[in-house]
Design a protein around this ligand. Sequence first.
Ligand code: KG4
Ligand code: ZN
Length: 342
Amino acid sequence: MEGRQEDVVILAIETSCDETAAAVVRNGREVLSNIISSQIALHTLYGGVVPELASRKHIEKINQVIERALAEAQMALEDMDAIAVTYGPGLVGALLVGVAEAKAVAYAAKKPLIGVHHIEGHINANYIENKELEPPFLCLVVSGGHTHLVKVAGYGSYEILGCTRDDAAGEAFDKVARAIGLGYPGGPKVEEAARAGNPDAILFPRAKVAGNPYDFSFSGVKSAVLNYINGCRMKGIPIVEADIAASFQKAVTDVLVEHAMAAAEECGIGKMAIAGGVAANKALCSGMQEACRQKGIAFYSPSPIFCTDNAAMIGTAAYYEYLAGKRDGWDLNAVPNLRLGG
Ligand code: KG4
Ligand code: ZN
């Protein structure tokens, strides 16, 4: 009974892009439910996420998703210690649905409200299955909108070592998928196509960025793929999608692994994690794992379901914010370009 009284149970809501998600998380690392209503079928018709349609779908689904999250956790709103919600970064209309919903639920149930940074959620997803993982560690965050190399100095304490100067890694996957006719969602389709291809068939550029060795640039490799395809078409050379996908995937993962390892060496931190939708990519995951093994660095990664957008990761991040005393007011707003680390 005593132990139970100290439990902290959080209802978390995530609607920053194209997944309507709610989860119930106990004490940060125990996921009691993790409901995700995917909008893939809707956006596939348009070849990518249509922001206004995403918002409308969120508003249609959000109550059902929350109800299911509570039912699966076998809990009621009264059992919650706080309501957490992603308030940025993301699509503003999509974020607003989650933020307004969380405020309404928290107000009606008289519970504290905690706004969570989406990328902080992705990083914290590593705590769910790696119960022993504690800061400090490095984390390579690779999502549709972000590519960051982050030093997690403590719970809720982040130092950005490097980031992309142009396209995010996931964005490059999505654009290349479109160029080779694989469609949306790009990342998983490129990965699937790459399985049948030769990663050494075409040498795409591995961009180095002047100034900061941990910054990334993926627009060059994306353009190189487009130029390669146009060149093939002009010369009447057959386009082998699988080889393009495999060679592109290798070019991107090589750069990500190389920068992450360089940072680990310089910081002298023996723990490396990955996070975000692209972290679901097996080639990237095994490349990082092998590089870490060679250097004696412990490697952590979430299962694919916790890599792509979900609310459990928001509940985990919110738990540490909760312990630190963070509470948001009724004026919490969506911040589409919210920065990590203040
Ligand atoms: O983290 P996430 O679900 O949403 C954002 O916060 O952006 O990441 C979505 C991105 C998309 O660009 C998607 O194509 C990419 O992650 N992605 C993948 C894979 N699964 C999702 N990229 C490569 N391989 C995958 N298996
Ligand atoms: Zn995300």
